[in-house]
Design a protein around this ligand. Sequence first.
Ligand code: GL4
Length: 835
Amino acid sequence: GKEKWPRGEETVWKGAMRDVDTDVSSITKSFVNHVQTSLARQPYNLDNLGAYQASALSVRDNLLVNWNETSLQYTRKAPKRAYYLSLEFLMGRTLDNALLNLGLKDKYAEGVEKLGFSMEDILDQERDAALGNGGLGRLAACYLDSSASAELPVWGYGLRYKYGIFQQLISPEGDQLEAPDPWLDNQNPWELPRLDVAYEVRFYGQAERLHDGTPRAQWTGGQEVLAVAYDVMIPGCYTKTTNNLRLWESKPKRGFDLNSFNAGNYEGAVESSNSAAAITSVLYPNDHTTFGKELRLKQQYFWTAASLADILRRFKNIGKPITQFPDYVAIQLNDTHPTLAIVELMRILLDEEDQPWAAAWQIVTNTFFYTNHTVLPEALEKWPVPLLEHLLPRHMQIIYDINMLFLQSVEKKFPGDRDRLGRMSLIEEGFPKQVRMAFLACIGSRKVNGVAELHSDLVKTTILKDFVEFEGISKFGNVTNGITPRRWLDQCNPELSALISRTLKVDKAVWLKDLSMLEKLLPRAEDKKFRDEWAAIKQRNKERLAHHVQVTLGLTINTNAMFDVQIKRLHEYKRQTLNILGVIHRYLTLKSMSAEEKKKVNPRVVFFAGKAAPAYYIAKLTIRLIVNVAKVINADPDTKDLLSLYFLPDYSVSLAEVLIPASDISQHISTAGTEASGTSNMKFCLNGGLLLGTVDGANIEIAEEVGESNVFFFGHLTPAVEDLRYQHTYHPVPIEEKCPALAHVLNQVSAGLFGDAHVYEPLLNTIRQGDHYLLSDDFDSYIAALAMVDEAYLDRTEWVKKSIRTSAKMGKFSSDRAIMEYAESYWNVEPQHVA
Ligand code: GL4
């Protein structure tokens, strides 16, 4: 029966309720309480790790108060909600972000100092939550921050991997080694285990159509595992709104399979429990590639099935008919990884809710929204039909049915166009047949978008061209990516944030939530005092980075040099190879200079960081080349004061927070048309670093905002790429002829200038033969652009003006703008103020 509420005396409850701490004495009190009770440790005798844990638990209590109020409000008002389904959430550290969003950082700093600790040391104890590979996962994290800050009822759904992205070690030879990332080892104060929120998820088994005049079928047998919820609080900036990120962990339904156990098969019994736990054991470390592994497909279904069951249960609590589902629920698919949610919702509506096909499809296609994040063919997901049939027999039936009805409607619009039917079919012919997930995501969604103007155009004119012709252009849109200025300015660059608040004469609470206000800094570019302060902050951030490298790697960095940074996943399309070959070119040029000529040269320090997928041989060779070039260059007394080079291992969100504010120039040099958006480009520019890049992704829109005179562009444009590749294949010209400067650099590498002459041949051959990413076409203009950067840096006054102008014009790239576009134009969800 229903329990009475409130139980007992309401006034007693109310009088005992906790509020958010606001003064230093209640903060120290809660800190010490957690030391004594939660940590069961003696006060006075506490290390930095213990102090971090006590701080985190105390901050968590504050978040929980807001989180509960937010949930209560959503339950009471039952507004339409949006759910962001992402296999990756690259959150980084939480404590600093939570303190800043709560507006309690100064008070906590004061409190812990009184207890004998430094805030900086405490913050440094936290491990990154690195449940993502790169931009796609970090974007999801920025969108959660912006949703909560805009008071939008948006929840994230993902997986609670036991191991996040691998830790990268670099051997002395320059090989990347991978070690597991045991991020949960020291307990994670930021998650709330919800053992009471659990769903059964089925795999394998048999699906039988009922043939009773309905489209229903029965799915039975197979393996059942349990999905258990872990909740992560997502505080908004200067608001009570604290949303939820729900991560699923897989568990065996029973500790072990009793049937096998009784039959004397102990090993088999334990094995089934192992395989259930395996589902959420590790994040796949591939960015832009798919491998067709069964466990990855299991992850995708496990996560979408649990999330949908949870969403449906919450919807049912409102008590509305199922046909109104899309009036209360919008689901954003972060790339094709959660596409099975479309099929799973169809299954539930048909088989469990007894909906006719057309009604079910109507509900589905009004619920989902699909974002595409890349047009690289190797990243477009396809699942073998036999694998799907085996693992998810009912879903495969439904996919066939969707496809049949879909192709019938295509045939109706384009009668007799068999080529078109073949191109558009959800099932690609071949051995084996494969399901094209991007097509399924497209036809199952209300809207489809790309992540920057150029990319969205490419989606419409290439991979989904036929679908635009069939469904009409209005279904296809663009939402240019954004970044949260909380983490990527206020948190990572507190001095710059403070300068901005002083200059604008407004509290950061205001401009951090309306980033276009930065434009008011523009006139200050003409103010010498302001420029000097601006430049001094950049210099201190460079020293902070140098200090970090000194402490962690024992290397001494020349902070009088220009800091030139390229940090991102290693990939041929991102062309780290172009950068390192450019560095070698610079080195060879310096070696040929007279002492007199050298005096005019600007010293430069080049930084690289980034991980390569463990099986990506060419990307790993690029790391090896960078490391070995660094050894030679950094040890050469002729040049080392003018050029040095570092590969910083184990790139992470936290490392990015130190690198980005220290950059004078950063490189975003993908082959035109390959980088869908890029988001670190925005982070560098927001922090006053200038951009050296190709005419690609969001670089284009950044240039539109800050003005072309404030960015350094080079290279061929997207429309030329196809032609150039055709030339490479059918009319190849030897590199010596086409680009002698590049040929010379390659020959020096081949000759063993950086050791291991033969080792690099496979890498060099990707350029000598085929050159799919057009390094030989862009090398000369790249070198010219680097020279223009040098030239510009000599006029330091003008450089600082560019830096200020760049930062001032970055308002558009706040993820607050992006999330409002999704909320208003796609999801139709509205802010819910929590009083
Ligand atoms: C990516 C794109 O490569 C990147 O340009 C974009 O900024 C990011 C977020 O939209 O998505 N796509 C894939 S796949 N990984 C990415 O980082």
